[in-house]
Write a protein that binds this ligand. Sequence first.
Ligand code: BF8
Length: 626
Amino acid sequence: MNDKYSSSTITEDGRLLLKKMEREGVESVWDRFQAQLPNCGYCEMGLSCRICVMGPCRIDPFGEGPQRGVCGADADIMVARNLGRMIAAGAASHSDHGRDLVEVLGKVAVNEAPGYQLRDVEKLKRVAAEFGITADGKKPNQIAAELSDAMAEEYGTRKKELTLVKRAPAKRQEIWRKLGVAPRGIDRETSEMMHRTHMGVDNDWKSLLLHGIRNSLSDGWGGSMIATEVSDILFGTPKPGVTKVNAGVLKKDQVNIIVHGHNPVVSEMLLHACQDPDLLKMAKDKGANGINLAGVCCTGNELLMRAGIPMAGNHLTTELVLATGAVDMMVVDYQCIMPSLGTVAACYHTKMVSTSDKARFPGMEHQEFHPENAAAKAKTLVKDAIANFDRRGEVFIPVESVECMGGFSVEAIVGALGGTPKPLIDAIAAGKIRGAVGIVGCNNPRIKQDYGHVTLTQRLIENDILVVDTGCASVATAKAGFKQSKALEKAGPGLKEVCGALGVPPVLHVGSCVDNVRILVLASALANALGVDISDLPIAGAAPEWYSEKAATIGVYFVASGVYTVLGPMPPITGSMNIVKLLTEGLNDAVGATFAVEADPEKAAVLIRTHIEGKRKKLGLPHMQV
Ligand code: BF8
């Protein structure tokens, strides 16, 4: 179908709901995007600075106007400071999410978090051992208490290096030590970045960017890694399972509750409440055929991965699902929640509820969740959602949902391979699988929704490259049908054979955005099995539609971990050609990988395939000309 909405999104549900919103006069993210055009050229290039109040300042990229801010910062310093603060914000977000989970773990250990439990005690023991905590004769709760304390220390206490850095291949750890970027404390690196970028501190753009690397590593091998591990311990390590995706997962005859945000602490309790027999009866008495819990964005991914909860959409779908008129309640925690949602919801009957003390929004009722009250609070919210069911107006559920397989934790992937990564390595060595690519990140109205993710994924799998994806990328490819066995038809012959034999789709859903660390762990396992560094592997990363500071941080820790990474949207760095050159070329000498920026996913696929064949050649594996 070709209409004006198809320039905004490739999805049918998106197109139809956008049309409905326009008909109803409801403003969407695309309308606001248009209203902002043309964007400020200085900001796009990273050449504006409002760090201090001698400014705001800007630098003229054409060399005619000012070439320095009031403080004397030139273009390199300005761009580096802005980028540094972007990395710090991304690291702070994911790592603070990790801290919240560590606190829940600590409360569970002392029985102060009713409803939560230690679901994966084996993993608890395994991770505890990495922190030097022995399990002998100890009850799981005691181990959890000790692990929670040890993890909390990673945030602040003065350390030489974060504990989980040891998970990286030895060669990688050496590279970081030599460069002086091994992260020392999760909060420390973020705090130091804010310090360095204060006026009058670090004014060497190279040194600022090196600290940007260290800051990103404090998240990738620190806060985010802790978030994923503790989520697995508390909520279960994901196993493959089948569910449904897109706006068609909403049910006309049921109470629909959508969870949005990132932290599974709230959504897990809602999941339990939605299964409560008393509440199910209450829904029935109200005329509903059940309570349907669905997710959007990464909190949805957390539930999809572990409990097979359906997924209504990714970032740019979050306003659109409200326009179905079928959402009785949307419960949000934090991150990626547009402040417009309360306004959109007010045009329908949806009740909006915020739950985190650190994230409040206009047009939302605030019901604060803490580990101590979460189970009870969740029941109250489900009751409120049921009460809202008969306030619905017109309901429009535009499409049928699509089947999707999720749940590919590293443990599940290695399990599917028979307990060792060797079969995957053999398939790569034989050339049946050319390599693997992690496709991650967001939607961004600069790019037609899902077009970047889906096109790149198609080009890679048809060329026998395995795709593992997370975050909104993983929802995009799920909606497009890449996460079902039928999708093997879209894959090249080698990938089709290997995935077919294992009973998995050619595109593996590895989780939410904090779960990008699963990709690091998997890459480390492959590198260790081969006795090489991550940068030697025929792998790559891509963020075709990224928008957030968190995604910027992920990109940096991918590259700093040795993974060549192709970004879709250009980060605000073009005001400094020195920095562009360093990130796209110079980093190769320092960390063995670089960024590339390519908005066209067809061209990005060629870049990635060329990179993968180059790595195959260096490893002495059969390779081809792309
Ligand atoms: O953490 S992919 S839009 S929802 S930032 Fe946000 Fe981007 Fe989606 Fe998940 Ni990640």
